[in-house]
Write a new protein. Structure first.
Length: 841
C-alpha cells in the first residue's frame, strides 16, 4: 500500500470551519437571557500600604485581567510576580480613564480567584496563592497586608508565559480542586478524558506503574509517555505518574504535541506534563491543617466479599509573606480483589518558600512508595506462558564486558520470584531560585529525581502487552540530576509592539544501575550507565497591538550515552495567535508548529528490559513533527470552548517485536526495532459552562493513528495502513459539578472506544501448549481483535457537618466494568464505594 504524504491543511478553509463550529457550540450551551458583563471600576475603598496606594490610570477599553494588571504595573511602576494559570482567565475588565488606587483595582479584578496581593518590597507585589477563598476586603488603615505563600511562577520557571490570550499551543490546566471534585484517588482516572486527546489505561492495583494509551496518538511503543516535571524537576521515569494520589496535587498542566520540545528538550515527543504538589503551592492565610479519611469496599467477581479499600490524607501549611512551609502525607490500600492481589501506596511531600524584595527561593522534596502482590490474571490458563530470550551474537554489554543474553541485540529477558511482593520507591528533591532586576528575571532550578525497584514482576502483562508492562522482573533503579537556567526580559510598548525574550540553558545526567535475576541464574551488579543531555534555547514572543501574537523558538541539544555516537539536534517551534475582543465575547485563532526527538534508549525501556540496559546501537532516535490549528471562543467567565485540529508525523518509533526463538532458548522473545513512519491526525474539543453553582465541562478527542510505512528490515506484524495497536480512536468525557452552601457534588462520565489490540486470552491459551511454536511477525495478525470500548462512571458528594468537619462519599466504576481495558485478560476492581470524614482547621 502506498504511503501517505503529509500535507498541511488549507488555512482559509480551516478558519472558516472553526468559526462555524465555534458559533454552533455557543448557541446551545449559553442559556437564553444570560447576562454577561465585565468587571467595572473598583468600588471598594480602603487604606493600602505602599506601593498599593499608588494612583493608576489604565485607559479605556475592554481588557483581560492579565492585560489590566500589566498596564497597572506599568502605570504604577510596580513589578508583579504571579502564576499566570491562577488568574481569572476568562474575565474581562472594563477600563476607564478615571484614576484608581492599585490596591482597590486588584481586589476587584481578583475577586473570587485564588490570588491575593502581597507587598514584597517597595516596588514589588506578589499575587500569592490562597488556600481558601473568602470575600476579599482591603485592610483597615495602618494595618499590614495579609500574608501569603508564593505559588510557582510559570514565566520564570519553565520559559514562555502562557495564558488564554497569547497561547498558540494546546494546553489544559486542571486544578487540585477539580481533581478533588472528581473523587478519583489516582491521576489515571482523573485525567483520562478530562484532557482531550489524553487517555491513560485504568491501572490494575497490582501493576507497578501504568500505561498511557494515547496522547494525540502513538508517540512510542511501550514508553508512550510525555515528559513529566514535578515541582519544576524532571522525573527519571514517568511510568509512576498514573499512581500519584490526587490529594497531593495542586495543579496539572498538560501540553499536547511536539510543540513544547523547543522549551523542554528531548523526550517531549508526545507532550509535557507539569505537576505542582500542594505542599509546593503553599497558602496565604496563616496556618491550616486538613485531614481526610475514607474506607469502603471494591466489588470483584473473583472475591465474594469484595476487597477492603482505604485512603487517608493529611496536609499542613503555615507561612507569611516572607516564609512558608507545606507538608503532605497520603496513603492508600486495597485488598485481594483477585487471589493474591493487594496494593499499598504512600506519598509524602514537603516544601519551603522564602520571598525577598526581588528574589524568591523554593525548596521541595517528595517520596513515593508502592508495594503490590505478585499474581496472574484468573482468566489465563493454569500454565501461563513464559517469556524468555536466547543469546544473540556476542557483543559488549553495558559494563564493558562480553554481554549476556540480557544485554545483546535488544532482546528482552526477564524472570522473577512471584512469591515476593513487588516494591518501588521514588523520590524528588530540589529547589528553585528566582531573582528579578529592572530588566531581567533569572531563574535557576536544580534537583534530583530517582527510583528503586525490587522484584517488580514479569506478569503475563508483558506477554499480553509489551508496551503496557514497562516495569518487569527488575531490581535496581535510576537517578536523574538536572539543572536549568532561564532568563526572561520584556521590552517595547504594551499597547503597540512588545517583545518577551526567553533564554535558557540546561543539563541533565541520568544514571541507570540494575541488579536483577535473569533466566535461571543470578547476575552480579551491573555497572552504572551515565547518559547526558545538554541544551541551550531561545524563544521570542511578540505582541502586536494586543491582538496578534507571533512566537518562535529554537533549541540546540546534545545527547551522549544513548547510542555509540553522541548526537546533536535542533528543535524548532513557531506559533501565531490572533485575538478579537468584542464586549465580553472573544475569539482567538491560533496555529503552531513543532518538532521533537526522543532517544531510542530512555529510562523506561531499560526498566522494561528486566532491569537491564541492552546496547541498542542500531536503532534510530524517535522523532515527531507536526502542525496544529485551533480556535478559542469565550463569553465572559460563563463559557469557554476550544477546538483544535492537529496533523503530526512520527518516524522511527521503537516497538518490541516478537521474534522466532533462537537456538539454545525457547519461549517467547522480543527484539526492539524501528517501525518506520506513523501519522497521528485528529480533532480535540473542550468546553466549560458556568451557570451559578452548576459547572459543566466536556472534552472530545478524535484520533487517527496509522502506519504510513514500515522500515526496511522491520519484522513485526504492523503493515502500512494499519491502525496503531492500543490507541483509542475516540475519547469523550462529560462532567457536572454543583457547589451549594455547605455541600457539593460531582459526576463524570468518560469513555474510550474503538481500538485494536491482541486477543490475549486466545494467544495465551495457544502459548500454554508446549508443542506450540510461539507466533511472530505476520502470524500475530491472526490474534488481532477490535475492542468496542470501556465506559467509566464516577460520582462524589460532600456535606459540611460543622465549619471544621464534613462528610465525603465517592463511587468509582459505577458500571462495574472489571475487564476489557486495554485487553481481555486485565482485571481491575469493580464498583468501589468509599465514605469517610474530612476536617479543616
Amino acid at each position: 500500500m502506498a504511503g501517505r504524504s503529509w500535507q498541511a491543511p488549507d488555512t482559509g478553509v480551516m478558519v472558516k470551519r472553526l468559526a462555524i463550529i465555534g458559533t454552533l457550540l455557543i448557541a446551545p450551551l449559553v442559556p437564553a437571557g444570560a447576562q454577561l458583563s465585565c468587571v467595572t471600576a473598583p468600588s471598594i475603598v480602603g487604606q493600602w500600604p505602599a506601593p498599593l496606594d499608588r494612583q493608576v490610570v489604565i485607559g479605556d477599553g475592554v481588557l483581560s485581567v492579565r492585560d489590566a494588571i500589566e498596564r497597572a504595573g506599568t502605570a504604577a511602576r510596580v513589578h508583579f510576580t504571579y502564576q499566570a494559570d491562577l488568574l481569572p482567565q476568562d474575565r474581562t475588565v472594563c477600563a476607564g480613564a478615571a484614576k484608581m488606587r492599585l490596591g482597590d483595582a486588584l481586589v476587584q479584578w481578583l475577586d473570587g480567584s485564588r490570588l491575593k496581593a502581597v507587598v514584597a518590597g517597595e516596588d514589588r507585589v506578589v499575587l500569592a496563592f490562597v488556600r481558601a477563598v473568602s470575600a476579599p476586603a482591603p485592610p483597615p488603615s495602618g494595618s499590614a497586608m495579609a500574608t501569603a505563600q508564593l505559588a510557582p511562577v510559570v514565566v520564570v520557571e519553565q520559559g514562555q508565559p502562557t495564558t488564554r490570550e497569547n497561547a498558540t499551543i494546546s494546553r489544559t490546566v486542571v486544578t487540585g480542586e477539580q481533581l478533588e471534585a472528581t473523587g478519583s484517588p489516582s491521576m489515571a482516572q482523573a485525567l483520562s478524558g478530562a484532557v482531550p486527546g489524553l487517555w491513560m489505561w485504568s491501572p490494575s492495583p497490582t501493576s507497578i506503574g501504568g500505561g498511557m494509551a494515547s496522547l494525540r496518538g502513538a508517540s512510542s511503543f511501550g514508553a508512550s509517555y510525555p515528559k513529566v516535571y514535578i515541582d519544576g524537576i524532571e522525573v527519571a521515569n514517568p511510568l509512576f505518574l498514573s499512581q500519584l494520589a490526587t490529594d497531593q496535587i495542586a495543579q496539572v498542566e498538560v501540553i499536547r504535541g511536539p510543540q513544547g520540545s523547543a522549551l523542554y528538550g528531548a523526550g517531549a515527543i508526545g507532550g509535557v506534563i507539569n505537576i505542582t504538589t500542594r505542599a509546593a503551592a503553599g497558602m496565604a492565610d496563616g496556618r491550616r491543617v486538613s485531614l481526610r479519611s475514607t474506607a469502603g469496599i471494591a466489588e470483584s467477581a473473583y472475591s465474594p466479599l469484595g476487597a477492603f479499600v482505604q485512603d487517608h490524607a493529611l496536609s499542613a501549611q503555615v507561612g507569611d509573606a516572607g516564609r512558608s512551609l507545606g507538608l503532605g502525607l497520603s496513603t492508600s490500600t486495597i485488598g485481594a480483589f483477585i487471589p493474591g492481589a493487594f496494593s499499598q501506596l504512600v506519598h509524602a511531600s514537603a516544601a519551603a518558600g522564602f520571598v525577598g524584595a526581588k528574589s524568591r527561593l523554593q525548596l521541595t522534596a517528595r517520596f513515593f512508595s508502592q508495594q503490590a502482590g505478585n499474581t496472574t490474571s484468573p482468566l489465563l490458563p493454569d500454565r501461563p506462558p513464559v517469556l524468555a530470550v536466547t543469546s544473540g551474537p556476542s557483543m559488549k554489554g553495558p559494563s564493558g564486558g562480553t554481554g549476556t543474553a540480557s544485554d545483546q541485540g535488544g532482546f528482552v529477558t526477564s524472570s522473577t520470584d512471584s512469591a515476593a511482593a513487588q516494591d518501588v520507591k521514588q523520590y524528588t528533591i530540589g529547589g528553585t531560585w528566582a531573582v528579578a532586576s529592572d530588566r531581567w528575571t533569572h531563574t535557576v532550578v536544580a534537583g534530583a529525581d530517582g527510583y528503586r525497584l525490587d522484584n517488580v514482576a514479569l506478569m503475563p502483562g508483558m506477554l499480553r502487552t509489551p508496551g503496557d508492562s514497562a516495569l518487569l522482573a527488575a531490581s535496581g533503579g535510576a537517578d536523574r540530576l538536572s539543572t536549568r537556567w532561564s532568563g526572561v526580559t520584556e521590552f517595547g510598548s504594551r499597547d503597540r509592539v512588545s517583545t518577551r525574550l526567553t533564554l535558557g540553558a540546561d543539563h541533565s545526567a541520568l544514571r541507570d544501575a540494575s541488579i536483577g535475576t535473569t533466566v535461571g541464574q543470578h547476575d552480579q551488579d551491573v555497572a552504572p550507565i551515565w547518559r547526558n543531555t545538554s541544551g541551550i534555547s531561545a524563544h521570542a514572543d511578540v505582541s502586536l497591538l494586543r491582538s496578534l501574537t507571533l512566537n518562535g523558538g529554537l533549541r540546540f541539544e546534545r545527547n551522549s550515552g544513548f547510542t555509540i555516537l553522541s548526537g546533536a539536534t535542533a528543535l524548532p517551534s513557531l506559533g501565531a495567535a490572533f485575538r478579537r475582543q468584542v464586549g465580553v465575547a472573544g475569539i482567538t485563532l491560533r496555529t503552531a508548529y513543532g518538532k521533537a526527538i526522543s532517544p531510542a534508549r530512555v529510562s523506561m525501556r531499560p526498566t522494561a528490559w528486566g532491569g537491564r540496559a541492552p546496547t541498542i546501537l542500531s536503532l534510530e532516535p524517535e522523532e515527531q513533527a507536526g502542525i496544529e490549528f485551533g480556535a478559542d471562543v469565550t463569553l465572559g467567565s460563563r463559557f469557554t470552548a476550544r477546538l483544535t485540529r492537529y496533523d503530526q508525523r512520527a518516524t522511527n518509533l521503537v516497538q518490541p517485536v516478537a521474534s522466532a526463538p533462537h537456538s539454545g532458548g525457547g519461549g517467547f522473545s522480543y527484539q526492539w526495532q524501528n517501525v518506520g513512519a506513523i501519522t497521528n491526525d485528529g480533532w480535540e474539543m473542550e468546553s466549560n459552562v458556568a451557570l451559578g453553582a452548576l459547572s459543566l465541562s466536556g472534552a472530545l478527542g478524535l484520533t487517527d493513528s496509522r502506519v504510513e510505512r514500515v522500515a526496511y528490515g522491520y519484522t513485526g506484524d504492523l503493515r502500512a495502513g494499519d491502525h496503531v495497536l492500543q490507541v483509542p480512536r475516540r475519547t469523550v468525557s462529560v462532567s457536572a459539578t454543583w457547589a451549594g452552601r455547605g455541600w457539593s457534588g460531582s459526576g463524570t462520565l468518560a469513555r474510550a472506544s474503538q481500538w485494536t489490540n491482541y486477543d490475549w486470552l486466545t494467544l495465551s491459551g495457544d502459548l500454554s501448549d508446549p508443542q506450540m511454536t510461539p507466533p511472530h511477525g505476520a502470524a500475530l495478525r491472526a490474534y488481532w481483535r477490535n475492542y468496542p470500548g470501556v465506559t467509566r462512571l464516577r460520582a462524589s458528594f460532600s456535606r459540611d457537618i460543622t465549619t471544621a468537619f464534613g462528610l465525603v462519599v465517592s463511587a468509582e466504576n459505577l458500571l462495574n466494568a472489571q475487564a476489557g481495558e486495554p485487553d481481555n485478560v486485565t482485571i481491575v476492581p469493580g464498583r468501589t464505594l468509599r465514605a469517610g470524614l474530612r476536617a479543616r482547621f
